[in-house]
Design a protein around this ligand. Structure first.
Ligand code: EQ3
Length: 322
């Protein structure tokens, strides 16, 4: 039987435990725009007492420089309006430019705005701002998450901001820019060992990703293969996966720990591996507990891999649901 992405998406689905991340983001989405901006400020500053992101490099900030310079020149009211426009995905020139940024440039843009807010160059949350019950509710929900889940909530809310540029024609696209490289926080691991796993495509995938060798990682996929990032639809085909990896997978430290492999009647194999991933934004201080679910075709190529955020660290050990 031919492999399909739809059936591949369901492998090991009976072992998955729903994560609290989408529920927390759904609560955030119900807040008014001002409350969303305030929530992010409180969540970010509270989190900053124990973990802080690494400052984005100069090359990354350069991509957001023109927008940041425009904002610096504005009055406090205009600055607040721009932040509201971006958060509410309004169709304004700055919200459009933001919408075209890559994920990491969006994060760098807000990182810098946060610094400018602390310095008083950009309008801060108004003094005397009264936290609404809605903001308190989302903050309480956020506190119950582990640090890896908290940074995922922050990241995903920021990524969803800005005008949705996906429906705009190619004529409106800005000139393509090269993604600046992230500095690795740990030396690449050259020989990967995963308890219970000997599948060469999987070991080769982790090794290549840990060296940012995306061409090598892509060569392990079938031409119609797919990669499904957490809470997203599958990205299909070598070209689309390569673009995604260059934009979002740089500098990640992947530390798979253990896995199971099951042979299927048609000669393909399904594997589930659990482990920890670190993002260059937070380095070794935050580990995200994740699972990779691989479907390997009879020729040993990756047809599908899904990356799932785990609901709790206990899930790292439970590969099967008992
Ligand atoms: C200024 C302030 C505070 C207030 C204002 O009102 C509003 C905003 C937005 C503010 C600023 C907020 C800021 C600066 C937030 C910054 C958040 C950051 C830097 C978050 C970074 C998170 C990174 C994460 C969660 C990365 C996760 C990566 C994973 C799970 C990678 C998985 C992958 C694997 C394992 C693969 O095998 C394939 C690729 C893939 C990437 C999917």
């Amino acid at each position: 039987m031919a492999l399909t992405i739809q059936s591949a998406q369901n492998i090991f689905s009976n072992t998955q435990v729903p994560s609290q991340i989408p529920a927390t983001i759904a609560l955030f989405d119900q807040l008014s725009v001002d409350d969303q901006l305030a929530y992010l400020w409180f969540a970010y500053t509270e989190m900053g007492k124990t973990i802080t992101p690494a400052a984005p490099g100069a090359a990354r900030l350069q991509l957001a420089e023109s927008l940041l310079n425009q904002i610096k020149q504005m009055s406090a009211e205009e600055q607040t309006r721009v932040m509201r426009d971006i958060a509410s995905r309004a169709d304004s020139p700055i919200s459009r430019s933001y919408g075209f940024f890559s994920v990491n440039t969006k994060l760098a843009f807000w990182f810098e705005l946060g610094e400018l807010m602390k310095q008083g160059v950009v309008a801060p949350i108004p003094t005397g701002y009264q936290m609404s019950p809605g903001v308190q509710l989302v903050l309480e929900a956020t506190k119950k998450l582990d640090p890896g889940q908290q940074i995922t909530v922050l990241r995903n809310t920021v990524v969803n901001m800005g005008f949705d540029t996906s429906d705009l024609g190619p004529s409106s696209y800005p000139k393509a820019v090269e993604e600046p490289a992230f500095t690795r926080t740990a030396p690449p691991v050259s020989s990967v060992k995963i308890d219970g796993i000997t599948e060469p495509a999987v070991l080769g995938y982790i090794e290549a990703m840990n060296a940012d060798n995306f061409d090598q990682a892509i060569s392990l996929f079938t031409p119609d293969g797919a990669l499904q990032p957490p809470f997203q639809k599958p990205i299909v085909g070598h070209q689309a996966i390569a673009k995604y990896m260059r934009e979002e997978a740089q500098g990640l430290n992947m530390m798979p720990q253990k896995g199971i492999c099951e042979n299927l009647p048609d000669g393909s194999k399904q594997l589930k591996i659990t482990g920890v991933v670190q993002t260059p934004w937070f380095g070794v201080t935050v580990g995200m507990n994740i699972a990779w679910r691989f479907l390997i075709n009879p020729e040993g190529k990756i047809f599908f891999v899904a990356i799932d955020m785990l609901a709790s660290p206990e899930e790292l050990l439970n590969l099967r649901r008992v």
